[in-house]
Ligand binder design. Structure first.
Ligand code: 1QQ
Length: 388
């Protein structure tokens, strides 16, 4: 099945309104996907984003970032006439739909590169198809340390893993607050939330923090009072949570309603303004490690924030990673000698080094993961603020 109404095609020219939201048809032109082409070609980027379902919060931000960067690159005409063409499809926060979208991008649209999918869980199911078909994938939000780039040499990511972010956040939070006991609550039906838990457990142990209780939940859950009452009974100084944004907001709101007054630290799922909006005043003081330093005054970050403001949207980590992803694809094309084939893009990725992006100076590690500085943020007056 194809979710036609989420099929979005951003035209190769820098015209923002060239979007056919319900466009049908296959666009079967091979578009330089499987063979190297040079100047004057267009390069199709297929983005599999969660526009509906449990991760829809992130998908919209990602779409904003991808569109802004595609227009920016095409408008700047820095690819010797090659235009980027962005195709967005909804992965519906599901493995099955993620697989369908990947198949369409690989076989029908014949894209040069796939961006996404939004969740690690979906990536574990869909990425092997791209690896097998030798289509490069650039993940822009998968943070499970394992099971993503280790699928194979066509899988890359610009998102820092939980293992690259959470230990520093726990350390900084401990230095700030000085806790000795913690409880952990995590989703046990999702690759990212489970991986986040493993990282949190180790980070707390490394900081010699005693975990007094560990509780679990599943994505469809809405009532967390049983777990939170048990946790409150153990009186931890900090509650550490690995959850997607919707669950995270409900957990934090219910924890405060139940009278839990200790500190709260979240994993990557918390990095969305939707978490703050939905948790309301209960979000105040919540700490979270992030891959995007919103306070950075670097020109690439200022430009990104300016473009998001022009579009009337709140920038966040997810739009920053998406925007950076397109800059990385453009840089890969440059490094590949302005060729648009799948292998050229993949080989170009390997040559991206210290690229200026809103995430900072960006390079890939030898195992195709992201390499740049993480940060820690805290909710203050309804907004994320970088903790210095
Ligand atoms: C993952 C994540 C999600 C919280 C963000 C989209 O990090 O699934 O890996």
């Amino acid at each position: 099945m194809r979710l036609g109404c989420w099929s979005l095609r951003l035209a190769a020219v820098a015209v923002p309104l060239a979007i056919g939201a319900c466009k049908g048809g296959g666009g079967g032109d091979s578009g330089g996907a499987s063979s190297a082409q040079t100047k004057g070609a267009s390069l199709k980027m297929g983005a599999a984003l969660s526009m509906t379902g449990a991760a829809a919060t992130y998908g919209q931000s990602q779409k904003n970032g991808l569109e802004a960067a595609t227009e920016e690159v095409n408008g700047g005409n820095t690819l010797q006439g090659i235009k980027l063409e962005l195709l967005v499809e909804d992965d519906a926060t599901s493995k099955e739909q993620g697989i369908n979208v990947f198949q369409r991008f690989i076989n029908t649209d014949k894209v040069s590169v796939i961006i996404g999918p939004t969740l690690s869980t979906t990536a574990t199911a869909a990425d092997p198809l791209a690896q097998q078909a030798r289509v490069p994938v650039l993940a822009i939000s998968n943070t499970s340390p394992t099971g993503i780039t280790d699928i194979g040499d066509y899988i890359w990511r610009d998102s820092l893993t939980e293992a690259q972010v959470v230990p520093g956040a726990v350390k900084k939070a401990k230095a700030k607050i000085g806790f000795k006991t913690a409880a952990v609550l995590y989703g046990n039906d999702d690759v990212f939330t489970k991986a986040g838990y493993d990282v949190m457990k180790k980070a707390l142990a490394d900081e010699t923090v005693t975990v007094v209780d560990t509780q679990t939940f599943a994505k469809p859950d809405r009532d967390f009072s049983a777990q939170l009452t048990a946790i409150k009974g153990k009186n931890p100084e900090i509650l550490v949570v690995s959850a997607l944004a919707d669950n995270a907001a409900a957990i934090v709101a219910q924890a405060r309603q139940l009278g839990y007054a200790g500190a709260i630290l979240g994993g990557n799922g918390f990095n969305s303004p939707a978490f703050i909006k939905n948790a309301g005043p209960a979000a105040e003081g919540v700490l979270v490690g992030t891959s995007w330093n919103s306070a950075s005054t670097a020109p690439a970050n200022q430009r990104f924030k300016e473009l998001m403001q022009k579009r009337g949207v709140n920038p966040d980590q997810f739009s920053a990673q998406a925007y950076s992803g397109v800059l990385i694809v453009a840089e890969a094309v440059r490094k590949a000698g302005f060729k648009t084939g799948r292998d050229e893009v993949k080989n170009g990725f390997a040559q991206v080094k210290d690229l200026d992006t809103p995430l900072g100076k960006f390079s890939f590690t030898p195992t195709r993961d992201a390499q740049h500085e993480p940060a820690v943020q805290q909710v203050k007056n309804g907004k994320f603020e970088i903790v210095q």
